[in-house]
Every structure is written in C-alpha cells, then in structure tokens.
Design a protein around this ligand. Structure first.
Ligand SMILES: [Zn+2]
Ligand SMILES: [Zn+2]
Ligand SMILES: [Zn+2]
Length: 136
C-alpha cells in the first residue's frame, strides 16, 4: 500500500503543509501536469496562492524525490508522482500531450553507451516523439 502524502512528506524530512498536500494530490490525480496546471487546480481548493510558492514547492518535492520532473525540449516542465520505476515518455509534437511508456529493460541505464569515456553511467534519457491519435 502506498504511504499517504503526509507520511511521504515526513519521511523526506519535510513539514506537512496544506499547500504541499494539495500539490501532491493534484499531481497524483493529473500525471504529467505543468506547473501552471497545478496552480489552476490548487487555487480552486486553497484560494489565492502565490505562483512562486507553487514553483518553489514543485522544485522542493522534485529535489527530494517525491515527484519526478520531466522537461521535454521546447515545452514547459511537467510533473508526475510515478517515481519508483524507470519509465519513459512519448510526447506529441503537435499538442504536447505526454503518456507513459514502460521501459522495455526496466533498469537504468537501459541503453548501452558505445563509449563511456570512463564515466559511470546511471541513466539514459529516452523520450519518444511522435503524433498522438488526435493529432495524426
Ligand atoms: Zn497531439
Ligand atoms: Zn510518466
Ligand atoms: Zn528504457
């Protein structure tokens, strides 16, 4: 069973605030949402909140590993709470919609580099680009 959001916050050393809880709730309900989307939903429940504080909270939650931030080239950052696996994303070039794609390998890095240059490689960032059924 999944930990409640307040337990997740506590176990990451974060205090439990109404805004953090609301942001976690919104992101878990709307995977791959943008910061502006989070602000829109959170404002409905919490009333006026500062945009900057939502950006700050999203940064903190991503840095602490409660959320994953996806930064597709040329579009705004998106957030999701599916953090416990190595999965990839398929993004529509036309409307920007994002969907999850399970990793065929499962472990990071799932692509072998032909040359490591002596690096210890721990991740290959894989993004699939194309057109969604609505835009095709
Ligand atoms: Zn599309
Ligand atoms: Zn995802
Ligand atoms: Zn993969």
């Amino acid at each position: 069973m999944r930990d409640s959001h307040s337990e997740q916050l506590k176990s990451h050393g974060l205090s439990v605030t109404a805004q953090r809880l609301e942001i976690l709730r919104v992101v878990s309900k709307h995977p791959h949402i943008t910061a502006d989307g989070v602000i829109e939903f959170a404002t409905k429940r919490l009333g006026a909140i500062s945009k900057q504080s939502v950006y700050d909270t999203l940064n903190t939650l991503s840095e602490k590993g409660l959320l994953r931030r996806i930064q597709p080239t040329g579009s705004s950052a998106r957030y999701e709470d599916r953090i416990n696996d190595n999965h990839h994303h398929v993004i529509c070039r036309s409307c920007g919609i994002v969907a999850d794609v399970d990793c065929a390998v499962g472990r990071r890095p799932c692509l072998n580099a032909s040359e490591t240059h002596g690096f210890t490689i721990d991740e290959a960032e894989v993004v699939y680009w194309g057109h969604c059924p609505d835009c095709r």
